[in-house]
Design a protein. Structure first.
Length: 206
């Protein structure tokens, strides 16, 4: 895409997509800061994205937004930990590498099956990438809700893959958002890691 085409694409972005992008960005910034209000923005942005992805024919991405809305409620409950204040009380934990390897293998397997069973009307690369980013995001979102440090490493890869997928469907603002997401995820990992005591061992977060 040349510069003129990019400008035309940006000018054609709908107000709804801009609203979803701003709300989603607010969610991520607050999540990096470990502030519980992030889940309010997560639920609101997901509701808008649900409508956008359904219109674009991205079935798995639309279904993923329903999961995000439910996880926003769970994340609020999980992070709150019974505290009355708005700042979270749940500590950051980590997983041992073997648990991540098992999780990645499961995500790839489920995504392969999902992609194979998806409608053949879409190109194969779109079907499988749609499934992979959706199932990977389900798992990574659960890790965020449980405050597992490595969630950010998953998001770095998933956000870049999602950016390519959304670009292919002419969701330009959303695609650019996810490129930015990937960069913020790097900062998120650094921020969460620095918040953990140096002596804290691997925790079996469940």
């Amino acid at each position: 895409m040349d510069a003129q085409s990019l400008r035309d694409a940006v000018s054609a972005i709908s107000p709804a997509e801009w609203i979803a992008v701003v709300l989603a960005l607010a969610y991520l910034v607050l999540a990096v800061r470990q502030h519980i209000a992030c889940w309010i923005f997560a639920a609101t942005s997901s509701a808008v994205f649900l409508w956008l992805f359904a219109r674009a024919g991205l079935v798995m991405q639309a279904a993923l937004q329903v999961f995000y809305i439910a996880m926003a409620a769970y994340g609020w409950y999980s992070w709150r930990g019974g505290a009355a204040e708005a700042q979270v009380s749940r500590p950051v934990t980590t997983w041992a590498p073997v648990r991540h390897l098992a999780a990645i293998a499961a995500i790839v397997l489920v995504s392969a099956v999902n992609g194979a069973l998806s409608s053949p009307d879409s190109p194969a690369v779109v079907r499988y990438l749609d499934a992979l980013t959706a199932w990977g995001s389900v798992f990574a979102t659960w890790l965020v809700a449980r405050k597992v440090l490595e969630n950010w490493l998953y998001w770095i890869a998933l956000d870049l893959a999602a950016a390519a997928l959304y670009w292919s469907q002419d969701l330009v603002a959303t695609s650019l958002l996810f490129v930015l997401y990937s960069g913020i995820a790097v900062q998120g990992y650094r921020s969460w890691r620095s918040s953990r005591p140096a002596s804290r061992p691997h925790a079996a977060a469940v």
